[in-house]
Design a protein around this ligand. Structure first.
Ligand SMILES: Nc1nc2c(ncn2[C@@H]2O[C@H](COP(=O)(O)OP(=O)(O)O)[C@@H](O)[C@H]2O)c(=O)[nH]1
Ligand SMILES: [Mg+2]
Length: 528
């Protein structure tokens, strides 16, 4: 049944190890710890050589000890007794080294060494306690050893061979392990030929239906020696192949991988770049509001407007304006340490972020099994905690664009000064005329006139009017520039916020998805 292309056990174990490593700390399922234990078992067993550990298991009185003694050619285990000693396994070993380290690892203290018998050299045979013992510790010992041995010989008797407890608890779970199981229908001498045949047929059918068609079924009568030679031959074949340990571990790993596969899911559609882009945009929009991007944008606009009016307005108006605080300055952007004085996000904005995050989580988690979606939820919760802080720093650290005074504003500002000085000169001239008038000297100096109007009056009126007009004309341009600068700042702020969305939320989320894919691949390899 073994194909030439079958994956070597080492590769299978490596795949299982990778699956465990990816899943540990992510998947909250018992299978991960079980797989970790299996890896430990495999590592320990591999270091103990290629002996073949076979255990005789079965119910009280099925004839395990009798069969064990017959195979051991010695009274190692006393049949028909239920002293406390029957709660521990007995071992008979074939071969030179006595398999002491292996038996130490198996924690089987009672050992007997069989005389040299080349066909069975390397066999370690165990007589297990009764699986149906009234003593819990005996039953636990059975389960422990059933998990560790390479080959299980399940001894059934004609009365209880169909016992549901045995089939459900021990045999059916070995469905993937048919190679490691041997079933013996013992005490066959108690049936006549017809009944024996019927019994065997019935049992065979039962095993086949349990997925154990590959498990050999032998008839035996340990007390009279029937079938013992066949059983010995069956064991000799397994010992000679020196594969029992490998086969058992392979079966274990495949079974374990099948258990993990329920958390692996199917190949979901990969998250393509467009989906990702949409998610970042969606998250970014919600985060931008929560991070106060509209407030900063509006402050940039008002601040630029204020500065522009300051430069192009009538000089006296500038002074008044300068007394008011800069709306941008109040937000303390770009201070060290990088923190803003923006108000914390309102409940509505926080709710919008929560909704956007949940939406992203659903998209990223689509098609993933529940255990991975749970991990996704935990991952996102952790990310959300540092979010406000990261966002504030991102906003505070964003370069809002150059706030140089444009050349035209400088030119207008210069012109405003010239006009103001012109008006001032006219005013001083008029003042001088008043003083001269007081001393009755106003006729001494001739008053220049343009089109009949006195020149100083013209200077004052024109200087003032032109200044106010220039300020008014510049206003729409100043406003346009303020809006442009605000838009540029908003673009930069949104980019910074999207980067936070990408790094703090989307990256951890997609990392979960990537791990789920790695897990799926590894499990698939281990199970192949
Ligand atoms: N008729 C018959 N009796 C058996 C056979 N094997 C064991 N017995 C008897 O069944 C009882 C229980 O045997 P034992 O080997 O102690 O069973 P264990 O509890 O499974 O270890 C003893 O009295 C044995 O003599 C057998 O093949 N045929
Ligand atoms: Mg016994």
């Amino acid at each position: 049944m073994r194909t030439a292309k079958e994956l070597p056990l080492a590769d299978r174990l490596a795949a299982l190890r990778e699956a465990v490593e990816v899943a540990e700390g992510r998947l909250d399922v018992p299978e991960v710890a079980q797989a970790r234990a299996l890896l430990a078992k495999a590592g320990a067993r591999a270091a103990l050589g290629d002996a073949t550990v076979v255990a005789l298991a079965g119910a009280t009185g099925s004839g395990k000890s009798t069969l064990f003694n017959a195979l051991s050619d010695a009274e190692v285990s006393t049949p028909g007794v239920r002293r406390p000693t029957t709660g521990v396994a007995h071992a008979t070993t074939w071969g030179e080294d006595g398999a002491d380290r292996l038996l130490d690892w198996l924690e089987v203290p009672r050992r007997h060494r069989h005389a040299p018998e080349p066909a069975l050299d390397g066999l370690v045979l165990l007589d297990l306690p009764d699986h149906d013992s009234v003593r819990l510790e005996h039953r636990l010992e059975v389960d422990r050893l059933v998990g560790l041995v390479d080959v299980l010989v399940w001894v059934l008797d004609p009365e209880k061979y169909a016992d549901a407890a045995v089939h459900d608890r021990y045999l059916a779970p070995l469905a993937g392990h048919a190679g490691v199981l041997l079933v013996v229908l013992n005490q066959i001498d108690r049936l006549d030929a017809v009944a024996a045949k019927e019994c065997l047929t019935d049992l065979r059918g039962l095993l086949d239906r349990e997925g154990l068609a590959g498990a050999p079924l032998l008839a035996a009568a340990g007390r009279v020696g029937t079938g013992v030679a066949e059983l010995r031959g069956e064991l000799a074949r397994r010992v000679a192949a020196r594969r029992a340990a490998t086969d058992r571990l392979t079966a274990d790993v495949r079974g374990m991988a099948a258990g993990l596969a329920q958390h692996a899911g199917d190949e979901g559609a990969a998250l393509d770049r467009r989906d990702r882009g949409e998610l970042v945009e969606d998250l970014g929009a919600a985060l931008a509001d929560a991070a106060g991007v509209p407030a900063v944008t509006s402050a940039v606009e008002r601040s630029t407007l204020r500065a522009g009016v300051g430069h192009t307005g009538w000089p006296l108006v500038r002074w008044v304006r300068r007394l008011r605080p800069d709306p941008l300055g109040r937000l303390h952007l770009g201070d060290e340490p990088a923190r803003t004085s923006l108000a914390p996000a309102g409940a509505g904005d926080v709710a919008a972020v929560t909704t956007a995050v949940r939406r992203a989580r659903d998209v990223v988690g689509e098609g993933l099994p529940q255990a991975w979606r749970d991990d996704l939820r935990r991952t996102v919760e952790v990310s959300e905690d540092d979010l406000a802080d990261r966002l504030d720093r991102a906003v505070a650290g964003t370069d809002l664009g150059p706030d140089r005074v444009p050349l035209w504003q400088r030119a207008v500002g210069g012109l405003q000064w010239v006009l103001a000085l012109t008006a001032l000169a006219g005013a001083l001239w008029l003042l001088a005329l008043v003083v001269l008038g007081f001393f009755q000297l106003d006729d001494v100096v001739p008053l220049p006139r343009v089109e009949g109007l006195p020149l100083p009056t013209l200077l004052v009126v024109c200087g003032l009017l032109a200044g106010l007009l220039l300020g008014l004309v510049s206003r729409p341009l100043v406003r346009m520039r303020a809006r442009r600068r605000a838009r540029a700042a908003e673009r930069r702020l949104r980019a910074a916020v999207e980067q936070v969305a990408e790094e703090e939320l989307l990256a951890p989320m997609t990392a979960v998805r990537a791990d789920a894919a790695r897990f799926r691949e590894a499990v698939r390899t281990a199970q192949r």
